[in-house]
Design a protein around this ligand. Structure first.
Ligand SMILES: *Cc1c(COP(=O)(O)O)cnc(C)c1O
Length: 392
């Protein structure tokens, strides 16, 4: 049944029914599992079969349902779910790397991803070089024969740079480096990063996959060899496991993921078009607009241009704050991918930690707003933004 379409897989894939035949996936809120005899316990510790579990830090039936569903959606062999998106990023980087290895990463990154690369890996003797991710020549110059891994957000936070997955993957594979892609902004619905050349995909499931602001979660996807031989030993012994309750919430999230992402993308397109050229804005950044520097690449790489629009108010921080404070529907918060529209001021919140020089280099201007579109009515959202701009 591997030819099922994504929307069918999102509802049914990976389901494990108990003897009661429940319709909604069961929450196996158990940390351990009982064995019929000592021999069975021993055998299971030597090798647990597909439907056999030993300890929830290693695996759990509800968590396995979530892993199987998203793996089938991505068309990848295996997946490991984690307690948060950062647990996924940390494991995907730490598990395959060791002291002396060389890493190349795009410089436009989620703050915590940047921290793991520049502060954690380097402390353990991994050398990390950052490049302008949109510049293939910069990747080419930075990737060396001894480069072991490249990392980037396919659509970057919050300035929505689009990275050429195919181009970067070809350069990385030429030296045998592993390509790890953080696909959060692009979403599993709109981009098939593995088909484009990525080896490993990580998601913060906290974002679109939950999509209703309830839980933290993450997942790493890749080949069975990578997930079971490289990643699993690291995660299961360092403790980043997902809770079965979280897995259940995320299974419910997956059921409606496609519907929500498409509604959010339509709202993003409507808002970006309405905002372009607005007199109070210095810029509108959205890969779906022809004015976006990587518009053509985005069209080739993504089915839809994503669910986030970023824009810069001309009046800097005072105007940005006045705008946020005037919003009536959109919430001031820092999640994204939620059913509720959320507006963020990256310079003072998610990217506050960065120096002014680094913010300037990354385009995180004092007037920049990151606007994550929810599933509300497009007309209401555009009207809300317009009235808030009037008052900014
Ligand atoms: C939110 C986010 C993360 C981290 O996810 P958490 O679930 O908050 O730990 C990693 N990468 C990107 C691009 C994100 O947006």
């Amino acid at each position: 049944m591997s030819d099922q379409k994504p929307r069918t897989k999102l509802v049914h894939a990976g389901t494990r029914r108990s003897q009661y035949g429940e319709v909604s996936e069961a929450i196996f809120l158990t940390q351990g599992f009982v064995y019929e005899n000592a021999e069975q316990a021993e055998a299971r510790f030597i090798e647990a079969g597909d439907d056999e579990f030993v300890y929830a830090r290693y695996g759990n039936p509800t968590v396995r349902m979530f892993e199987d569903r998203i793996a089938q959606l991505e068309g990848v062999e295996d997946a490991f779910a984690t307690a948060s998106g950062m647990a996924a990023v940390n494991a995907a980087l730490c598990a395959p790397l060791k002291a002396g290895d060389h890493v190349v990463a795009a410089r436009a990154l989620f703050g915590s991803c940047e921290y793991v690369l520049s502060e954690v890996l380097t402390r353990f003797g991994v050398e990390v070089d950052f490049v302008d991710g949109t510049d293939l020549a910069a990747w080419k110059a930075a990737i060396r024969p001894d480069t072991k891994l490249v990392f980037f957000e396919a659509l970057s936070n919050p300035t929505l740079e689009v990275i050429d997955i195919k181009g970067v993957s070809e350069l990385a594979h030429a030296v045998g480096a592993l390509v790890v892609v953080d696909n959060v902004f692009a979403t599993p619905v709109f981009q098939r990063s593995l088909d484009l050349g990525a080896d490993v995909i990580v998601y913060s499931a906290t974002k679109h996959i939950d999509g209703q602001g309830r839980v933290l979660g993450g997942v790493v996807l890749g080949t069975k060899d990578f997930i079971r031989k490289v990643l699993e030993p690291y995660i299961k012994h360092t403790g980043g496991a997902m809770s079965p309750f979280t897995a259940w919430v995320l299974l419910k999230g997956l059921e409606t993921l496609d519907l929500r992402c498409r509604a959010q993308a339509q709202n993003a397109i409507a808002l970006a078009q309405a905002l372009e050229g607005h007199e109070k804005l210095a810029s509108v950044i959205f890969p779906g607009l022809p004015s976006h520097p990587q518009h053509t690449l985005a069209q080739a790489q993504m089915e839809q241009p994503g669910t986030v629009v970023s824009f810069e108010l001309k009046g800097g921080r005072p105007a940005a704050f006045a705008f946020l404070n005037a919003l009536e529907i959109a919430l001031i918060s820092n999640n994204l991918g939620d059913a509720k529209t959320i507006a963020t001021h990256p310079a003072t919140t998610t990217h506050q930690r960065l120096s002014d020089e680094k913010k300037a280099m990354l385009g995180i201007a004092p007037g920049l707003i990151r606007f994550s579109l929810g599933i509300e009515d497009a007309g209401d959202l555009v009207a809300d933004v317009m009235q808030a701009l009037d008052r900014a």
